[in-house]
Design a protein around this ligand. Structure first.
Ligand code: NAP
Length: 242
């Protein structure tokens, strides 16, 4: 069997209606997976492009929202992609902009992993988790205090869960995307000075596309990555190598 194939597996992708999550869902579908597209809004556009896909509503502003999601059909692959960003000077940063981002980008990631693992362990199965981290898992960033805090936490959550679950049959890994042209980075791309400065620093000489992340996620979820645990794979056009 092709070790890069997801044939016979079911993947659940959060935030699968647009951006990186949509690209991951479509790539996993092309790799043979049945894909459950989870969104706070309709994922119909993504489902339409899949041979074997369906959608569920999942609003992760309630960090425990996924508690019962894995109790039905067996899910083998979880991609924690959903995320938000709030921009503001640290000196003015509001509690709401702190809590909203921490809830979706950090707390929901942990408790969705927990719900997934409970279901996998209960059926004596195996599985793979791919968390979407960030360059801000390693760097400080500017004017995005809660996002940086949460993405640093995603790196830590990935490592601790890998330590606890590697021997129990779940591979836990993450991807750190670079600067990808999605709605998450729209404000940066609309600021000509910031957009230029970012582009000038990317060794690959271009912004990333959602599809650049998607195949890396397929790899980390596939049997080819069976001995990879706790890794955070930079997919950043070389940004962190600079
Ligand atoms: P995006 O286009 O804004 O997509 C974010 C996704 O998360 C959307 O599907 C969004 O749904 C969903 N989402 C937000 N809040 C949610 C909630 N409460 N419940 C469920 N889903 C929710 O941005 P993206 O760039 O594809 O971001 C995907 C992931 O990549 C995020 O974790 C982001 O932090 C990370 N990332 C992005 C970049 C980049 O350069 N773009 C770099 C590093 C990491 P709605 O459409 O309903 O808002």
């Amino acid at each position: 069997m092709n070790p890069f194939s997801l044939e016979g597996r079911t993947a659940l992708v959060t935030g699968a209606n647009t951006g990186i999550g949509q690209a991951v869902a479509l790539s996993m579908g092309r790799a043979g997976a049945r894909v459950i597209c989870a969104g706070r809004r309709s994922c119909a556009d993504t489902v339409r492009q899949l041979d074997d896909g369906r959608e569920i509503t999942l609003d992760l502003s309630d960090p425990m929202a996924a508690r019962d999601v894995f109790s039905g059909e067996p899910v083998d692959i979880l991609v924690n992609n959903a995320g938000i960003i709030r921009r503001g000077d640290a000196v003015d940063f509001s509690e709401a902009d702190w809590d909203d981002v921490i809830d979706v980008n950090q707390k929901a990631v942990f408790f969705t992993c927990q719900a997934f693992a409970r279901a996998v362990f209960a059926r004596g199965g195996t599985g793979g988790i791919v968390n979407i981290a960030s360059l801000l898992s390693f760097q400080g960033g500017i004017r995005i205090a809660s996002y940086t805090a949460a993405k640093h936490a995603v790196a830590g959550i990935t490592r601790i869960l890998a330590n606890e679950w590697a021997a129990k049959g779940i591979n836990v890994n993450a991807i750190a995307p670079g600067y990808i042209a999605t709605s998450n980075t729209e404000a940066l791309r609309n600021d000509p000075a910031r957009a230029r400065a970012i582009l000038d620093r990317i060794p690959a000489g271009r912004w990333g596309e959602a599809g650049d992340i998607a195949e890396a996620a397929v790899f980390l979820a596939s049997p080819a990555a069976r001995y990879i645990h706790g890794a955070i794979l930079n997919v950043d056009g070389g940004w962190l190598a600079r």
